[in-house]
Design a protein around this ligand. Structure first.
Ligand code: B12
Length: 468
């Protein structure tokens, strides 16, 4: 079958991210013998023209849209993308009769709502490597769709759905078809090569969608296979800056250790970044990270008071945060801290305590403090928001809704956070992340291939404010 995969993501903030989800799907489709073409709309000047030309040239039998983001998850300066995706489906319809199937993380977090809104023919929630080829076989053979994990389809005018399943083992899943990614374009917009080493998140953070997206049970791509792929990418593309796109790269620690040891054993000269949390991130692990090319860590803390760590069910403690600060500083590994303010029961006094505690632990290269928790179906926060009367349980959640603790629902809440951030030059808030600043950072990253920006743009918050 001739399948055209279209990646719809055009967001380039904080940098353009290579379409690894689409690349994995393409790898799987090629492996099952389909003829595949790929259209990446990230840098397209004229979307309509690009779509029409490609459809005319390739004449696909099926068109798959890979949709990454619904919105930018930002309470301050919120921006949604799904209206743009509807326009893309409309343009496709005017150029082709091929059925449209959608997938990607945006679809996985809101399959029913997004499929209906976009007027797609089919959708797959969750992993697509097995489900999409299985769907195409069932479609061509006209056999039933029951049993295809995560599939949404219409029968007699009614939507039908199978629950998503998460492959028990990742050992045999096809790897990304990286040859279809234009790395030059992505690197010129500050990007990295995306590398996934695991799936599944055992943490229970009350707001997080990761377990909906990937399941709770951690599953791993074999360390050797990950490093094989990285080696090939370096050899074939000359690109050696990687971003481990795992939800939490360092937990459970055994797999991260195995990947790093394999990189070191093969003397692979790369630089990498990853999301980590303080669980198990001690001096030994920091040293191993550094030796394997780690250029910086994105530390997802959300809060730094015992009270809020418990309320958010973060699964690590204040003393673990302190140990991680010390370990990263001692090894000279740059790190940026991400805070998420507004959780249940939080007050401005908790923000102040978080700042005080972090300052006591040492100095991060940058602290990004954001406000408001994006509510997703299937999370504890959804239940809390409904119980507090802050959310209508029937809300589609396609348009983003944010949770803010009752104590923070004042008109001046954004200003209060900005004022707190001004107490510390490493801190910044969404107010600071204006477009001009982002452009400067992207230019800086692209020009000098400096990663992570935290190290060389120290005192990030203060600099951003000075630019205004
Ligand atoms: C790593 C990551 C980042 C990194 C990216 C680094 C890099 N170089 O790639 C950084 C930090 C830069 C980042 C930034 C942002 N991110 Co982010 N990110 C992630 C994360 C953790 C992993 C994404 C990933 O690469 N997964 C691996 C690939 C292989 O998985 P996948 O794309 O889902 O693809 C699979 C399926 O979806 C499916 N599939 C994919 N395409 C298709 C197509 C078809 C036809 C089919 C059938 C199936 C299918 O099959 C694939 C293989 O199984 C996810 C959360 C998560 N656990 O998924 C959030 C996530 C994607 N990010 C999100 C968001 C919002 C953003 C930002 C907008 C801002 C923010 N607040 O984080 C920016 C946007 C950046 C941009 N330019 O687009 C949201 C999107 C949901 C939403 N509300 O819109 C997510 C889901 C997190 C969340 N909040 O729940 N992100």
């Amino acid at each position: 079958m001739k399948v055209l995969i279209v990646s719809t993501n055009r967001e380039k903030t904080p940098f353009a991210v290579a379409p690894v989800g689409a690349a994995k799907i393409i790898g799987a489709l090629r492996q099952s013998g389909h003829e595949v073409d790929f259209l990446d709309l990230c840098f397209a000047r004229n979307i309509g023209r690009s779509l029409r030309q490609r459809i005319r040239r390739f004449c696909p039998d099926m068109i798959g849209l890979s949709i990454r983001n619904l919105d930018n998850c930002a309470y301050v300066h919120s921006h949604a993308y799904f209206q743009g995706d509807r326009e893309i489906v409309r343009m496709i319809r005017s150029a082709s009769r091929a059925p449209v199937i959608i997938g990607g993380s945006a679809v996985s977090v809101a399959p029913e709502e997004l499929t209906a809104y976009l007027k797609a023919d089919y959708a797959i929630a969750g992993e697509g490597e097995n489900s999409l080829p299985a769907f195409l076989s069932a479609y061509t053979e006209n056999s039933g769709f029951e049993g295809i994990p995560g599939l949404w389809w219409r029968e007699n005018g009614q939507w039908q759905a199978n629950p998503p399943s998460f492959s028990a083992s990742l050992d045999d899943l096809p790897r990304q078809a990286y040859d279809c990614i234009d790395f030059d374009r992505y690197f010129s917009a500050g990007g990295f090569v995306a590398m996934q080493t695991r799936r599944g998140c055992p943490f229970e953070c009350i707001y997080c969608s990761y377990s909906v997206l990937e399941g709770k049970r951690p599953r791993f791509f074999p360390a050797g296979a990950c490093v094989d792929e990285m080696e090939k990418i370096v050899r074939d593309t000359g690109r050696s800056d990687f971003f481990f796109v795992d939800g939490v790269f360092n937990f459970p620690s055994g797999h991260a250790t195995a990947v790093c040891e394999e990189i070191i054993r093969r003397r692979l000269k790369i630089r990498w970044l990853a999301y980590c949390n303080p669980s198990g991130l001690d001096r030994q692990m920091a040293a191993l990270f550094k030796a394997s090319g780690c250029a910086g860590i994105e530390l997802g803390l959300d809060a730094a008071t015992e009270k809020m760590l418990v309320h958010l069910k973060k699964g690590f403690t204040l003393s673990e945060i302190e140990r991680t600060y010390q370990a990263l500083s001692a090894e000279g590994l740059p790190f940026a801290v991400f805070l998420l303010f507004g959780g249940p029961g939080e007050t401005v006094a908790d923000w102040e305590q978080t700042q005080k505690n972090l300052q006591g632990f040492g100095k991060a290269n940058a602290v990004f403090a954001s406000l408001g928790l994006r509510i997703y179906t299937g999370t504890d926060l959804f239940d809390i928001a409904c119980a507090e009367g802050a959310l209508d349980p029937a809300d589609s959640l396609l348009a983003p809704r944010f949770y803010l603790s009752r104590h923070l629902q004042t008109e001046s809440v954004v200003h209060r956070l900005d004022m707190l951030a001004r107490q510390d030059p490493t801190w910044s808030t969404p107010t600071d992340w204006n477009r001009a600043t982002v452009k400067v950072i992207q230019w800086f990253l692209a020009k000098f291939r400096v990663i992570p920006c935290w190290k060389d743009i120290e005192n990030y918050g203060a600099r951003m404010r000075r630019q205004k």
